[in-house]
Structures are given as C-alpha cells and as structure tokens.
Design a protein around this ligand. Structure first.
Ligand SMILES: [Zn+2]
Length: 329
C-alpha cells in the first residue's frame, strides 16, 4: 500500500504495567494495536527503545510509510509540563523530568509529537470515539488502583494552569478520613477506587464467615476482586449487599460533587469495575437523583460506563494531538 497522504495518527500509552501502541485511521478508528510489558525499573531510554521498535514493527506489518503518519501522541501516568515537554511527576514510572518527546523526536524528526497525562487521554478517547460521541461536556472518572479523572468542557480538554487539573481522585469526601498518599485525608480514591472496594469487601468478610463471598474467592482473601463482590450481590448475599451500598454511597458523594461543580452532559465511569455495569449505575443514579443540587431540573447529567476499555488511552493520546491543536515539538 503506497500512500503519501498523511492520514494516520499513532497513539502510545505508557503505563506502569504495559506499553501499548495503536494505529488510528483518518476516521478516528483504531485499526491495529500492540502491547508489551513495561521494562521494570526501566529508564526513559529503555522505554523509548521499546516504543520505537513497536511503532516500526506496526508500520511494517500494516504496510504504512512513515511519511503517511500525521502525528504521534503519547499518554503517560503523570503530570506533563507542556512548556518543557517533560514529565514532572509520574506515579508508576521509575523516572521523572525526562524529555520523552525529545527522545522520540530524535527518531521521528518530521512527525509532530506531543505528550499528555494518560487519564486526560482516556477521557478524550471516550469523548471522541466512545461513550461521549454525542455530548459537548464529559467528565471521566476511572476507578482503578486509584481514581483517575479527565475534564472535557465545550469539546476541549481542560488542563489547568499547571496541566495538573482533573485530579478527581483527590477531592476530599471525608475530612477526618483515611490518609491518602497525596498527603491529605479522606480523598475520594481512598474510598471509591477499585483498591478501596476490595479492602472494604475483605474487611466485611472477616466479620462474616458465613458470607457467600468466601466461597466465591476459594476461601482465600488474596483472591478477592471486584467481581467477587458483584457476583455475591447478584446471589443476594446480605454482607455483599451491605458492602455494595456503602461503596455506592462513597462513590455517589464524589460523583455528586463533580456534577454540582461541572453540570456535565455526561459522567463516564471507566476502569475494571465498570464491567459491573447496571449493578453500579442503577444504584448510583438513585442516590444522585436524590442529592444533586439541580435535582428539580428537567435535565440531568447522564451517568454511563466507558465503552473503549484500554483502547481509550491509546486512541485519546493520538486524537488529542490530531484534534486539539496541541503545541507540538
Ligand atoms: Zn489524595
């Protein structure tokens, strides 16, 4: 396939566990993807070496020339300073203050390249190509190890003056609450992340040896995951139902705060937990409808599960550069 038109974008998602890349066609569809494990304790140059070999392999396999690549967008788990192009703070990577964009640029010097926070990229991916295709404002809340956030207002990603806006996991929902690794107490993510849900489930199990939760995790607390709780709720286990209601309460407090601030068209919930779908959404909606400030209005923010799963980060990283007129090196 000989094609000199610039019509492909490349999205790269560098995570603490995996590095994933994807080729995006001119209809914003992901047409090919690949992922490898992130080199543990990997230096910036080791990671860039990985990314470059993955990109080259993909271009070769898809018979796409470098000349037809319009841009490369990179998502990283950290705060990206758009002025310096450097990662200022990365939670799950073994380095910081490295100029990843500059290093990639040495290899692909004719292609515009830019970097973004991975939660922002995931929000933008869902907005352009997933659950948020038909809305103007969307807040993405990703329930994982922590809680990731991304804010799209009037079709634009909102980044804040330090490019660190959207840290929705660190809004406080309980002033005297659990200490968070950000230095505050009672952060949303300490109560409503997937990690928190699992801890809450384990604590309840220790108090109820009869619960079916035990059977569903092979009587091994180490095997408890979100699914253990959701399956037990479906089996009408009383302890599971209690944990679920408490968890939904925490989740709803954070989500209602977000809705009261932004009044977004849509709140999109991502992360592994989003697979529980209606089990969470129906309970959450009930609380939101009872407590949100504008509950008497005719229109309400839609609350939906994300559609793209892991693809959102790759797509969003590429599409942010394609659509958002980001400053590129
Ligand atoms: Zn915090």
């Amino acid at each position: 396939m000989e094609d000199t038109m610039k019509k492909y974008a490349i999205g790269v998602d560098i995570g603490g566990t995996n590095i994933a890349i994807g080729l995006i066609d001119d209809n914003d569809h992901l047409i090919s993807m690949d992922s490898v494990e992130t080199p543990q304790e990997g230096t910036a140059s080791e990671i860039i070496y990985c990314v470059v070999s993955m990109i080259n392999k993909m271009l070769y396999e898809m018979e796409v020339t470098e000349e037809s690549i319009e841009c490369i967008g990179v998502g990283v788990p950290g705060t990206v300073n758009k002025e310096s192009g450097k990662i200022e703070f990365a939670n799950n990577l073994a380095f910081h203050d490295e100029d990843l964009v500059g290093m990639l640029k040495e290899r692909y010097n004719k292609i515009p390249i830019a970097m973004n926070n991975d939660a922002n990229a995931a929000a933008y991916g869902e907005f352009i190509a997933g659950a948020g295709k038909d809305v103007n404002s969307l807040i993405m809340v990703t329930l994982g190890t922590g809680i990731g956030g991304g804010i799209i207002i009037d079709r634009k990603l909102y980044e804040g003056m330090n490019y660190a806006a959207g840290e929705l996991g660190h809004i406080v929902i309980n002033c005297e609450g659990i200490a968070c690794n950000c230095g505050r107490r009672g952060c949303f993510e300490a109560y409503a992340s997937a990690t928190a849900l699992i801890e809450q489930t384990k604590a309840a199990m220790k108090k109820d040896k009869e619960s079916i939760l035990w059977e569903l995790c092979d009587y091994n607390l180490e095997k408890v995951e979100g699914k253990t709780l959701f399956d037990s709720v479906r089996l009408l286990d009383k302890t599971a139902e209690k944990v679920m209601n408490q968890y939904i309460y925490y989740l709803s407090v954070g989500i209602i705060n977000i809705i009261n601030i932004f009044q977004p068209d849509m709140v999109c919930i991502g992360g592994g937990i989003s697979k529980a779908g209606d089990l969470i959404i129906s309970r959450l909606l009930k609380r939101v409808q009872e407590e949100e400030y504008a509950r008497a209005s005719n229109k309400h923010s839609r609350i939906v599960m994300a559609q793209l799963e892991n693809d959102a980060g790759i797509l969003g990283a590429g599409l942010l550069v394609r659509h958002a007129n980001m400053k590129c090196e």
